[in-house]
Each structure stands twice: as structure tokens, then as C-alpha cells.
Design a protein around this ligand. Structure first.
Ligand code: CA
Length: 427
């Protein structure tokens, strides 16, 4: 793409930026700390974090208060124009050699920082827009009728729990709960035997809406402050026993991991695609979910990958095993804008810093399945790992890494970084 903030020809004097997840065309925002120092806002550039507090006098005076907070809610609430202006200013500072000395002094190595959840999350909602995931899971319960009749009309979601959303790297303590084997008369309480990951994208809400005022579909994309990776850790045995009639509860809310960098909609612009055509015979979306521009460019061309290492693989020095390789655009039946429009369509107020998960993103292909529940067919077909181990579900010591990146001709490749979690035994 020529010109504008996504110009592929633009380069930074920060040499590690070129070819990394974080070139000058990405510039995701995050919250970091070094040692015991207070949390502050930064952006990722190459192998570094640029401390925005440290370069405050090079930024618009009006931005300083929001960018000096330990969370980004205030900044994101300013909406896309402010984000775009900051992005352009940072591109200037990181490409123009005249600023190099002053800006370079505020770069911190990414290996030296701790990254945090970037917002104070008021509410977390998880959707279920991955149609192949919904079909695969539905088949395990209802082989002839995997999708329920509402699926193609309503973007399905449930309210999750904000307090247990943590940044990448947080240990996954194997949850305990009620599990009931299909042939048992009664449940028992103990550590889950069917711990799983779910490959998802997260959306951070920027500008909110007033209670009672739905966000029109045409404006919905502008309410998304940015995107991250999200792992909705799930205990399948607890889930199977507890989910009826009100849906997921303790099977999901023991931990949700997010990647810490907020990748902006503007950085993702070159990678947008038309929504995949709805299969023949599917209903048209109802008017409040139907928008021509969203149909043309509402899909996210984001490549997704999940890898696994076990304790044994790490001690044998083996490379991570790829469990999943897929893409968001091939997985999502409903777009990000449709999710936001639907969530507010009853007047529910979204607030800056709210987190919304897409739901598990599986592609149609067997190599693009976003959970072990699907890969192992509910535990019936364990996955073989290098070194001879097998897995139906996660065992203690297993480490799951989600990655995402975007690439297309004429644009600079950008990445999301990682969302990692290692399973530890129940306390
Ligand atoms: Ca989920």
C-alpha cells in the first residue's frame, strides 16, 4: 500500500523493527513495567518498547494525561481519530533521524519489561462466531443437527468474568470442579481431566455507548479500539456437566489469557477482506446487522497459529509442535462490527476497555482447528507429539502459545506477539 500510515516503504531508524512483528506500520499500544517501577504506556517497535511517558514532551499536550495512566481506557475512549494522530506522530518520531537521540533514549528492551493487561476491564463477553468450531462441537452432541436454528440469525455470546483475565505468561492453575463421567451416577469434585485451550481474537472497546442507545452497524467498527489474541482456557468435563441450562460458568472463568499489545484497526486496514459469502440458503442478516461496507471489508485477514510444548519436549530440546494453523477470515461467520452492533442492539452499554472475545476460531480444514476438543474428537483421537507422547487434553507442564500475524502483497507484515500459558498442577 502506497502512502498513508501503512506505506510499506516507510522504515524506522530502529533497525530491529524491519521484518519483526512490530515494524513501523504496526505500533501497537500496551502497558508495561520495568522492575518495581510503575506501570506505563508504551508501543512496541522491533525488539523494543518505546516509553510514551518518556517522550511526553514530543507528543501533543492534550494527550499526555491519558497516556500517563497505568491503563489505556481513557486513551482508547478518544476514538479512532486520536489513535490515528498518535500513530502518525510516532511514525514521524521513529523514522526521522532528527528525533533519533531523544527517542532512542526511551527505548527499553522487550526482554526487560513485564507486559500487563492494557485496560481495566469492566466487562468481558465471549462470542461464538467461529462457525466451523460451533459445527464441530455441535456434532459431538447432535451429529445430524450440529448448528442450532438461531446460529445464522444471532451472533451467540455469553457474559464472561473480567477479574480472571490476565496477560500472557500467567500460569494456568488446573482448575478443580464438579465432573461427572457419562456412566457415573453422581459427580465428584476434583482437578479437571479435560483441560483445553481456545484460539480466539479479542477486541478492546474504545468509545462506548450510552445505556439505551444501540451502536449502528455502520459505526460499530469505530468503537473497536484494537485487537489482541485471547485464550479462553476451558475445562471440558466441568463444562459438560454445568452448562445446562444457563451456559458456561466455572468451566471458563478460572483464567482467560490475552496478548498484551493492542493492534489498532488502522494497522489492520491493509489486511481486511470481504466477508466470505454466506452459503446458499442461509438467511440474510437482519437489517441492524447488515451493512454493505462491512460485507466488503469486514473480514480480518489474520493468520493464526497454536503451538504446544510439553515438559518432556522441552527437556529433550524439541521444537514446539504446531497444533493449529488457520485464519480469522476463514473462521468468522459474523464480523467484528456485527458482534459490536449486536452486543449493543438491545441498548446494552459498552464501555472503554471492555473486552470482547470472538469465540474459538477454527477453519474448515483439519489442520485449522482451534481447540483440543475438536482436534482429539472429544478425546477419542489423541494427537501424536514429537518424542512419542500423545495428548487428548492438556497435562501439567504443557505450554500453549498462540500467535497471529498478517501479510499480504504490497503491505508490511505485522504481528500480534504471543499469548502464552503453561499448565501447573492444582493447588
Ligand atoms: Ca470461548
Amino acid at each position: 500500500m502506497i502512502g498513508g500510515s501503512n506505506d510499506a516503504a516507510l522504515t524506522s531508524w530502529c533497525e530491529s523493527a524491519q521484518g519483526s512483528d512490530f515494524p513501523i506500520q504496526n505500533l501497537p499500544l500496551g502497558i508495561f513495567s520495568v522492575g518495581e517501577r510503575r506501570r506505563r504506556a508504551g508501543i512496541a517497535i522491533g525488539n523494543y518498547v518505546l516509553d510514551l511517558t518518556g517522550i511526553a514532551d514530543l507528543l501533543d499536550e492534550d494527550w499526555r494525561e491519558d497516556l500517563s495512566q497505568p491503563v489505556l481506557n481513557g486513551w482508547l475512549s478518544r476514538g479512532p481519530h486520536a489513535q490515528s494522530a498518535l500513530r502518525r506522530r510516532l511514525q514521524e518520531l521513529l523514522s526521522d533521524g532528527n528525533y533519533r537521540d531523544e527517542v532512542e533514549a526511551q527505548l527499553v528492551g522487550q526482554s526487560e519489561v513485564r507486559l500487563h493487561v492494557p485496560c481495566l476491564i469492566g466487562d468481558y463477553t465471549d462470542f461464538y462466531v467461529g462457525i466451523h468450531h460451533a459445527t464441530n462441537v455441535g456434532k459431538q452432541f447432535r451429529p445430524d443437527n450440529p448448528l442450532l436454528p438461531n446460529y445464522k440469525y444471532v451472533p451467540i455470546g455469553y457474559h464472561g468474568r473480567a477479574s480472571s483475565v490476565r496477560a500472557s505468561g500467567e500460569p494456568v492453575i488446573r482448575p478443580r470442579g464438579q465432573r461427572k463421567a457419562p456412566d457415573a451416577d453422581a459427580p465428584e469434585y476434583g482437578p479437571t481431566r479435560r483441560l483445553d485451550y481456545e484460539l480466539e481474537l479479542g477486541m478492546w472497546i474504545g468509545q462506548g455507548n450510552e445505556l439505551g442507545s444501540p451502536i449502528p452497524i455502520a459505526e460499530a467498527a469505530d468503537h473497536i479500539g484494537g485487537y489482541c489474541l485471547l485464550n479462553d482456557w476451558s475445562a471440558r468435563d466441568i463444562q459438560a456437566w454445568e452448562y445446562q441450562p444457563l451456559g458456561p460458568f466455572l468451566a471458563k472463568n478460572f483464567l482467560t489469557s490475552v496478548s498484551s499489545w493492542i493492534v489498532s484497526a488502522e494497522a489492520l486496514a491493509p489486511f481486511r477482506k470481504p466477508m466470505p459469502p454466506r452459503p446458499h440458503g442461509d438467511p440474510e442478516p437482519l437489517m441492524y446487522l447488515n451493512d454493505a461496507k462491512d460485507r466488503e471489508s469486514g473480514a480480518l485477514g489474520i493468520q493464526l497459529e497454536v503451538t504446544l510444548t510439553t515438559e518432556k519436549m522441552r527437556s529433550d530440546g524439541r521444537a514446539p509442535h504446531v497444533l493449529t494453523r488457520g485464519s480469522a477470515d476463514a473462521a468468522m461467520y459474523w464480523s467484528a462490527a456485527q458482534i459490536v452492533a449486536h452486543h449493543s442492539s438491545n441498548g446494552c452499554n459498552l464501555q472503554p476497555g471492555d473486552l470482547i472475545g470472538t469465540g474459538t476460531l477454527s477453519t474448515e480444514s483439519a489442520t485449522g482447528l482451534g481447540s483440543l476438543l475438536e482436534i482429539s474428537l472429544g478425546g477419542k483421537q489423541p494427537v501424536g507429539l514429537p518424542g512419542g507422547e500423545t495428548r487428548s487434553f492438556l497435562e501439567d507442564g504443557d505450554e500453549v502459545t498462540l500467535k497471529a500475524w498478517c501479510e499480504t502483497e504490497g503491505a508490511a507484515r505485522i504481528g500480534f506477539g504471543e499469548c502464552v500459558g503453561r499448565v501447573v498442577a492444582s493447588a
